[in-house]
Every structure is written in C-alpha cells, then in structure tokens.
Design a protein around this ligand. Structure first.
Ligand code: MEV
Length: 328
C-alpha cells in the first residue's frame, strides 16, 4: 500500500573528529582521500548529539535539511545524487511501483560542533542500507557516500576507525569499538568564529613541499594506532592525535590556511601547561573547536580551564556507528 507521503526508513548517525587528520582529496566529485587517516564518531552521553534522517516517498522530488527545503541540483556533495543512484533498487525491494514517485529525505542535525557532513552522509547511507541490506557491496557503497563527505566511513562504522586508500577507492573499518573508551571524556570547546570549508584545506595542503612526507607519516600513524589497540595502550592513541593535530595545522598554516585563532591558541597553551599535572590530549580538526580528551576523573579540572577561558564546553563520548531506527 502506498500513501501520498510514506516514510520508508529512518536512521541516526554521529558526527566525527579526525585522529590522524585527512588533508587532500582526489577531486571535488568523488572525494577520495589521498592518504590513510583515522577518526572517531562522537556524541554526548545520551547520544543526543546526532543527525537524524528519514527517507519517504512523494510525488515530487524534494529534500529538507534542518527544516529548509533543498531543491535537487547537480551540485557536488548532493544527497540527491546518492538517492537517484539507488532509487529504482529501493522501489523494487519495497515492491512499490516507481512511476511518478520519488524518494525524498528529511535530515536534522542536533547539537553538532563539527563533522556534520559525515553524520549526514552516514545517516542517509544507513537509511538506504537498512532497506537494501546484503544487496549492497559496502565497500562500493561507502565510496558512493564519499561524494557527499570524504570521511563518511568514520560515522557509518563508528568507534575508532581507520580509512585506507589507494587513491582510487578508500575503505573504512572499525579498529576499536566505541565502548572500550568509556573511561575517556572529550570536552568539546567551540569558538565563535565561523569555520572555513574543509575544501579550503584539501585544495591547499597538497601544495606543501612536505605533502608526500605527510602521506607517509599519516600511514605510519594509522599502523601505529592498530598496534596500540592490540596492546591496550589507549592513552597513546590520543597522544598520536595531538601530535598529528600539531603537524597538520603547522602544515596548513604554511600554505595559508589558518584555523587555530588567537583565542584557540591561548586555550591550547593552558591545556598544554596542565598536561604537566595530569594527562590529556587536544585535537583541532577543520572547524573552530578545540576537543580536549581526558580521563573521566580529570574532567572537572579540564572544565575549569575551559570555563576560565570563557568557554561553554560540551561533554562528549566516543560513539557507535550509524543506526537504523527501523531494525535497530
Ligand atoms: C576531513 O574530512 C575533514 C577535516 O576536518 C580533517 C579531519 O577531520 O580529518 C578537515
């Protein structure tokens, strides 16, 4: 039975933070990473920081982002391109006649600091995956979703993931489940300045003379993460992340892309000073946020530093992959 507007699937996915940061993609269209990288999915304790997406059938093609109507166009990163690719397969699977009917989407972000394009792409992907199941080749599917967001795999799979690439295709896998990180909290500290598009980073970082060296370092760090997990050395994962943040921002600044502003730098210096007293690590990705990873027992101390810098921080946890709300 088909009603005028019928919901066919609904999913949740969590935003992401890079651990070995990604800089450089093959092209605007397919967005294949030029080097290996790693990342985590995050949310708050109740997993309310998230993207919620549903697909429905309508007699016009439409989509909504945070309540705003999106008209289909051929722009890069458009969810319509993914939907159109899988549309007839979905109708067939659902046993609904396609004629004059379209699959449409509604997507809402809740409380996300940065990494929302990953969760948006992953939630859309999960909606399609929950219908097509084993009919999908997940590696190919991830690479289709990548045209919406280059690091979608982090959110689709969740926990700590690594994404390996041969520059033709990239594949993500979870290397540590989200719930092994329960003893850690990430304090997400947003700064008021608007973020630059990630593409500004991707287009410029490759101009650095040291870029090919960066490709090697990233690969080595990704390998190292896997051995640290085997040895249960979780703190060291985040120490690598801080080292990587420092190298990455030094490199993008050298090609004219500055993300870390004066206020962020002052806060980072306070965090680094406190590292002489207790363990923590900090990460800055492409957005104007500083993420401070600490042990739960030291959260209040980090919180005091953040509040002392006039921040309104958010307590975050590493979270699982995208979930279907139809067949959880
Ligand atoms: C990469 O998709 C987005 C950046 O924020 C870097 C990262 O998180 O790895 C620019």
């Amino acid at each position: 039975m088909y009603k005028k507007e019928m919901e066919i699937s609904s999913s949740t996915a969590f935003p992401t933070i890079g651990i070995v940061l990604l800089g450089g993609i093959s092209d605007q269209n397919r967005r294949i990473p030029m080097h290996d990288s790693a990342g985590i999915a995050y949310s708050d304790e109740k997993q309310s920081v998230r993207t919620v997406t549903s697909l429905y059938i309508s007699d016009i093609r439409e989509g909504y982002f945070n309540g705003n109507k999106i008209t289909p166009n051929n722009s890069y990163r458009s969810p319509f391109r993914i939907i159109e690719k899988y549309e007839s397969q979905i109708f067939e699977k659902l046993g609904i006649v396609q004629k004059n009917r379209f699959i449409c989407f509604r997507s809402e972000n809740h409380g996300i600091l940065s990494g929302s394009s990953d969760s948006g792409a992953a939630a859309l992907g999960k909606c399609i995956h929950s219908i097509l199941g084993n009919d999908l080749n997940l590696e190919d599917f991830e690479n289709d979703l990548r045209s919406v967001s280059e690091s979608v795999g982090r959110s689709f799979y969740g926990g700590l993931t690594v994404t390996e690439t041969d520059r033709k295709m990239a594949v993500t896998r979870t290397v540590a489940d989200w719930n092994i990180f329960k003893d850690f909290t990430i304090l997400g500290c947003p700064f008021p300045e608007p973020r630059k598009p990630s593409d500004t980073i991707h287009e410029n970082i490759v101009k650095s003379n040291l870029y090919e060296e960066r490709v090697k370092t990233a690969k080595d760090r990704v390998r190292k993460l896997e051995s640290l997990i085997k040895d249960g050395k979780l703190d060291e994962i985040f120490e690598i992340a801080q080292e990587d943040t420092e190298d990455y921002h030094r490199m993008i600044e050298s090609v004219g892309v500055k993300i870390i502003n004066r206020d962020m730098r002052n806060f980072i210096e306070d965090i680094k000073a406190s590292q002489k007293e207790f363990w923590s690590s900090y990460i800055v990705t492409g957005g104007t946020n500083v993420f401070v990873v600490c042990h739960n027992r030291n959260l209040e101390k980090v919180m005091d530093i953040a509040v002392g810098n006039a921040m309104k921080p958010l307590k975050l946890k590493i979270s699982p992959g995208a979930k279907s709300m139809d067949n959880p």
